[in-house]
Design a protein around this ligand. Structure first.
Ligand code: NAD
Length: 489
């Protein structure tokens, strides 16, 4: 693993020339390792290597090599799945079973895009004027892939797999807090026979990300992170009209109608809100419950929350781990304070659990909230939910749509027609009916409104890394005859 603590550029492992960063296990505070981050010169070197590989290697034109590399990466990842899952849990603090799911989904995604490009055919048609038109999708060039800390491997692969499948070369920057599984993936990519310079990794914080985004040889930026940083990235890309995809924050509602069994509704609400300690972009952080079951819902929620198993995420039975960092803990605790100051009632939780470690907090539920409160409007990105009641379907939709975000939503109802009607009226990129969270690799992922621009996964994921070219073919060379030829004899 030694080489994988270095930066992977141009097919070799190089020692970072930027600052040293100490990575700690958020569950225990123990030092996992130290990494040397990339200097701006190394970012430049990585981009130039990617450009060189794009222009000089066969990668962009050779589908069979790309299929082979993606399949081999999936195979190698499958062999070391357990190691990857443990490393992810150590670095992020997410419960082990969640990391295992992330690795399994990553393997599926690599295979999905290998299969996709293998079977893909260009669109072609005989046109009304006797010519023949073909539409092909071509790689964009050098893609900068920027990833957050909450799903370091999976979200990296949601970008990497389609970007490589489409024939691009990439420079990927993991979050400064959680680079370890992506570095380890670099080792597997190397073993899979990927040509040097096709996949480069640089390390560092937002300043390194900014250096990457602003590099003149980057053709496309695919960014996942907060709405504030995403806005900065968008403005930077606008300067040179770089292609850009943004997967940003959310404040997603889960609407619970009164024809659903309360016990089941609470079970789904816990899953939607507190998976990965609520540090999920689509977390159902706003629970909207029909008024006739509001009281029994709260009662059952409190009972279930008292039983949630919080502890060391490496233990198989742990359901909730620590938050990612001290800075993030401060942000979450500050929002709990804001909620109380705003006049909401802290129904349960919201306390530090120092006996477990520095970064543990019990999941918090706020009631008696108003739609205009900051804890209802702003993304907290932690184990904090608000519960609001509604009386009618229209009111539920209004509350659900009443923030600047539009990433996801859930609707729970035994009446499928009603659930589908509500889903149709919700302004969000994903709506789960009678379920939550599952990302299906062959569908779509992304946000309405300030939750982002563009989509990942499925056909949309590949399209995000492709330029569309229309080629129109006249089989014979002949005059058009549009302008009169006066010199004709
Ligand atoms: P963040 O915006 O602080 O950082 C995300 C990544 O961008 C990191 O790698 C960071 O180093 C880099 N970065 C920061 N500023 C940058 C800049 N100006 N230029 C280039 N790169 C920059 O977000 P975070 O705290 O790591 O992640 C949490 C956020 O990510 C939440 O808002 C969450 O909703 C969002 N998120 C969205 C999705 C989605 O699919 N929509 C998925 C996961 C997380």
């Amino acid at each position: 693993m030694k080489e994988s603590l270095q930066t992977y550029i141009a097919g070799t492992w190089v020692v970072g020339k930027g600052p040293e960063r100490v990575l700690r296990n958020p569950a225990t505070g123990e030092v996992i390792t130290k990494v040397l981050e990339s200097s701006h010169e190394q970012v430049d070197f990585a981009v130039r290597s990617a450009k060189n590989a794009f222009l000089r290697s066969e990668w962009a034109h050779d589908v069979s090599t790309r299929v082979h590399v993606l399949r081999r990466m999936a195979e190698l990842l499958e062999i070391s799945a357990d190691e990857f899952a443990r490393l992810e849990t150590k670095n992020t603090g997410k419960p082990l079973r969640e990391s295992q799911l992330d690795v399994a989904d990553s393997i599926t995604c690599l295979r999905y895009y290998a299969d996709f490009i293998e079977s893909k055919q260009p669109w072609t048609k005989e046109m009304f004027d006797g010519t023949n038109s073909t539409i092909t999708e071509e790689p964009i060039g050098v893609c900068a892939l920027i990833v957050p800390w909450n799903f370091p491997l999976l979200l990296g692969i949601w970008k990497l797999a389609p970007a490589l499948a489409a024939g691009n070369t990439v420079v990927l920057k993991p979050s400064e807090l959680t680079p370890l599984t992506m570095l380890k993936l670099g080792v597997l990519a190397d073993e899979s026979g990927i040509p040097g310079g096709v996949f480069n990794i640089v390390l560092g914080d937002g300043a390194v990300g900014q250096a990457l985004v602003s590099h003149p040889d980057v053709d496309k930026v695919s960014f996942t992170g907060g709405t504030e940083s995403g806005t900065r990235v968008y403005m930077e890309c606008a300067k040179s009209l770089k292609r850009v995809s943004l997967e940003l924050g959310g404040k997603s509602p889960l609407i619970v109608f009164d024809d659903v069994d309360v016990d089941i509704a609470v079970d789904l609400a816990l899953f939607g809100a507190f998976y990965n300690q609520g540090q999920v972009c689509v977390a159902s952080s706003r629970l909207l419950v029909q008024e006739s079951i509001y009281e029994p819902f709260l009662e059952r929620l409190a009972q279930r929350m008292a039983d949630v198993h919080i502890g060391n995420p490496l233990n198989e039975e742990t359901e909730l781990g620590p938050l990612i960092s001290e800075q993030h803990l401060d942000k979450v605790l500050n929002y709990i304070h804001i909620g109380i100051e705003e006049g909401a009632t802290l129904f349960c939780g919201g306390e530090r659990l120092l006996a477990l470690g520095e970064l543990y907090v019990s999941p918090a539920v706020f009631i008696n909230v108003r739609q205009d409160m900051r804890i209802v409007q702003e993304e907290i990105f932690g184990p904090v939910v608000t519960v609001q009641s509604f009386s009618s379907e229209e009111e539920a939709v209004d509350l659900a749509n009443g923030t600047v975000y539009g990433l996801a939503a859930g609707v729970l109802s035994a009446d499928i027609h009603r659930a589908e009607r509500v889903a149709k009226n919700i302004r969000a990129g994903t709506v789960w009916i009678n379920g939550y969270h599952t990302p299906h690799v062959d569908t779509a992922w992304g946000g309405f409104k300030r939750s982002g621009i563009g989509r990942e996964l499925g056909i949309y994921g590949l399209a995000a890394f492709s330029e569309v070219k229309h080629t129109n073919l006249n089989r014979t060379v002949a005059k058009v005859g549009w302008f009169r030829d006066t010199q004709r004899v």
